[in-house]
Design a protein around this ligand. Structure first.
Ligand SMILES: [Cu+2]
Length: 483
């Protein structure tokens, strides 16, 4: 039997057997009635969650969980505003969730337990319908808790790009590539031992540094020494083959569960045209770019420097351990060349504009982040406004009201903060004002402060969390409820 047939028959069998236990979802956010549960029609997309092997290189083959037999999963292309049906089939022994990161969709299909999205049961299936929006580079990934299990959730290969086509091509280009930055086979380490790029975020005064620091010994952190772009270690996949004069459109995603990351393409500048899939008011040509966990950056590169070059992590240890890909001009024969880009700190405001075209916020919400060091061999606890998740009650929003979220990071780590089902407009970071930079994930510099504005447009529950898996699992999240 061919694989396609297996998927088809498996689906029908499970749908009949599981009519009551495995609720399916019909229109955006609505559960189907039991009678309507057997999916008689073919879904537009099928995602099968199952064990996969990833061959980073011939001597580094690892086992994880992925989508449709690969990790990352397939690039899903969708049209903005055109409703799609997705069947999610879970061939694993544990409940799963598929989250659609960066999309403005109802909580029932968003894929977050905290928001009430139903799990895809072990060896069960779910059908969801969603209307992709907004256009741009989005991604899908598991959203279950991992806690102390480094073989679960975003530590696995359950991630992939969704590209939502809005009809506007992001500039003319000759080639388009989707590049997910990854680390594999994570392990626990003591504090302060992991390669950490938090200093990259240090672009201003330490506005939120407490007068008295908690000097208790920190607990376990998660690290890795195995890296790739997509499913190949540097030097082992197909190179990106180019010709002089071509323009490349590169979609970057930091799909790590644990680390923020800086990358560069030796010999070239990258022109940043979109952050988190949203076009920026002021594109900038840069020697390197920085992506917090969960963030996306779209760049255009003019291929104007013939040679064979390395595109990879700026940290030598990370690059040499696999995070990179070779970019090869036609007719060139030499060893791939890496050149360190000039040191710089990351500043979102250079992509912004002076005046926002959005209305001014009507209300301000303060969020204070703190870390309780746990000591050797234990897990640090993360607090939002003095408490780990769950809070006694949700943060209540009024539909249609525009809010300013002030995020005060009183910890010594940079945190990629993500809000589901909404878009943020960056207003200020470390005291620097900006406008027009639209994001769903923002890295709050260590001891730093960021302000973002958003309009409460999505009824129901909305999850807000740090995208570093361990931080989220140990308290670093909160729920908003829009009345
Ligand atoms: Cu964090």
């Amino acid at each position: 039997m061919k694989r396609r047939d297996l998927i088809k028959f498996g689906g029908l069998t499970l749908a009949r057997a599981g009519a009551v236990r495995f609720p399916l979802l019909a229109q955006d956010g609505m559960a189907m009635s039991p009678a309507a549960q057997a999916p008689l029609t073919q879904a537009d997309y099928t995602l099968r969650i199952a064990p996969v092997t990833v061959e980073l290189s011939p001597d580094r083959i690892l086992s994880t969980i992925g989508y449709n037999g690969t990790a990352p999963g397939p690039v899903l292309r969708m049209k903005e505003g055109k409703q799609v049906t997705v069947d999610v089939i879970n061939d694993t022994d544990t409940p799963e969730l598929v989250h659609w990161h960066g999309m403005l969709i109802p909580s029932a299909v968003d894929g977050a337990e905290e928001e009430g999205s139903p799990f895809v049961p072990p060896h069960g299936r779910s059908r969801i319908q969603l209307t992709p929006s907004p256009a741009g580079s989005r991604w899908y990934h598991t959203h279950v808790m991992a806690m102390d299990d480094l073989h679960k959730s975003t530590y696995t290969g359950q991630f992939g790009f969704v590209y939502v086509d809005g009809g506007n091509d992001p500039g003319q280009y000759d080639q388009e590539h989707f590049l997910a930055l990854r680390d594999w086979e994570p392990f626990f380490t003591g504090p302060g031992t992991m390669a950490d790029e938090d200093d990259e975020t240090h672009t201003g005064p330490l506005l939120e540094k407490p007068a008295v620091l908690n000097t208790a010994q920190a607990g376990l952190e998660v690290s890795s020494t195995t890296y790739s772009i997509n499913d190949k270690a540097l030097g082992f996949g197909e190179p990106i083959r180019v010709r002089e004069g071509q323009r490349l459109l590169l979609h970057f995603l930091n799909a790590s569960a644990i680390e923020n990351r800086r990358v560069a393409l030796a010999g070239h500048k990258m022109k940043v045209i979109a952050l988190d899939g949203n076009p920026v008011p002021t594109p900038q040509s840069l020697d390197s770019i920085f992506l917090g966990v969960g963030e996306r950056i779209d760049v255009v590169v003019e291929m104007n420097n013939p040679g064979i070059w390395v595109l990879g992590a700026t940290e030598p240890m990370v690059r040499q351990a696999g995070l990179g890909v070779i970019v090869e001009y036609a007719g060139q024969h030499r060893q791939p060349l890496w050149v360190d880009p000039p040191k710089s700190s990351w500043d979102y405001t250079i992509f912004g504009t002076v005046a926002s075209s959005s209305p001014a916020p009507e209300q301000t919400i303060d969020m204070i982040f703190e870390k309780i060091p746990s000591g050797m061999g234990k897990f640090n606890l993360w607090l939002v406004n003095g408490k780990p998740y769950p809070h006694d009650r949700e943060f209540v929003l009024q539909q249609g009201t525009r809010y300013r979220l002030v995020m005060r990071n009183r910890t010594d780590d940079a945190h990629p903060m993500h809000m589901h089902r909404h878009l943020w407009e960056l207003a200020e970071i470390n005291g620097k004002k900006t406008a027009g930079v639209i994001k769903d994930t923002v890295v709050i510099p260590y001891y730093g402060r960021a302000m973002v504005d958003f309009t409460a447009t999505q009824p129901g529950l909305t999850l807000f969390h740090c995208h570093i898996q361990q931080h989220m699992d140990y308290g670093f999240k909160a729920l908003f409820r829009t009345a």
